[in-house]
Design a protein around this ligand. Sequence first.
Ligand SMILES: [Zn+2]
Ligand SMILES: [Zn+2]
Length: 332
Amino acid sequence: AEMEEKGWLGADLVFDIDADHIPTSCGKVHDVWVCVDCGFSGRGVTPEKCPACGGERFKVKTWPCEVCLDSAKTETVKLLDMLMQDFGFSKSEVHVFFSGHRGYHVQVESEVVRTLDAFARKEIVDYVCGLGIDVTFHGFDKRSWEAGYHESSLYSNTGWRGRILRGLHNFIVRVDEDKLYSLGLRKNVVRKILENKKVILQNLNSPRFLRSVKGVGSESWRKILEYCAKLQSAKIDTVVTTDIHRLIRLVNTLHGKTGFKKVEFPVSTIESFDPFKEAVAFKKGTATVFVSDAPKFRIGDEEFGPYKNSKVELPTAAAVLLICKGRGELVE
Ligand SMILES: [Zn+2]
Ligand SMILES: [Zn+2]
C-alpha cells in the first residue's frame, strides 16, 4: 500500500554510527572483499573497481574490531554533545546503544522530532556533519575580528563557532609539519605556525588570534579552520537519519552478524562502555569451530586468535561470533 494509506504517525530521530563510514587507523585490514564477477579478493577498504576485472560488485566480510568500534564511539560522543548542547535535548530524551555489530545507535525520543519530514531531518544531518560550513560566516574572518565582533568566551560558545575553536585548540596542540603541508600550506606558513604554537594557543580565546602570527594570513587560517570543522563533525550514516520509514533493531535483540546484543547504556558512561563485555549474550559452555580466517579478538577479558584454517574449542560467544561472521563452521 502507499505509505500515506498506512497512516504514518511519526518516527523517532535516529542516528547510525557505523565503522564502515569512518576511516580508521587499523585500515580495516581485518575486512576481506571478494569480487563477485571474477573471484579476485583482497584485504582492507573495498575498492571501487576490481583491480583484476574492473567489476564493481563485491562480497565483503567485515569484522567488529576494537579500533573500529573505538572510532565509532568517538563520533558518537561528538554527536551526543551536539544533540544536547546545540539542539538542547535532555538526557532523558537521548538514548544511546551499541548496535550489536560495528557501531552505535543514537535515538532521540521527543514529541518535537516525531513528525519531522525527511527534509527537516536532512537539515539536522547537515548540521551534525558540518556540511556546507563556511568558516567566514562564523566570525573567523578579518573583518569580524577587526570589528570586535567576538565576545571573550568563544570556547564555551555552543554551536559551530565554539566547536571549530575547540577543534583548533586540539589541532594546534598536536599538529606537526606533515599535517600542515597536507592542508596545502606554504613552507613559510608551516614554519611560522610550528614556531608560534604557544602564542596561538594563548590568543585563541580573544579577537587577536587571526593576527597573532605575522606571516600567517586569513587564507591560511581558513584552510586550517575548515579542516578543524571537519574534525569536529560527526560521521554518521546520513541515509538512516533521513529515512522516516526505516525500522531500527530493537534493544536487547541479537545481531545476526555477531551474536552480540544491541544494548543501551547511559550517555554519561559512554567513555568506559565496553561492547565486548556488555553486549555478550552467550555466557556459558563451549563449542568447537573450524576457523578459516580470523583476526585476533577479545571477548570479556579473554583474547582469541588470530586463526587460520584451524580447529579450536572456544567459549560459546566466541564461536557464535566466528560463525556469524562467516569465518568459521561448527564442528559436530
Ligand atoms: Zn573482478
Ligand atoms: Zn578495525
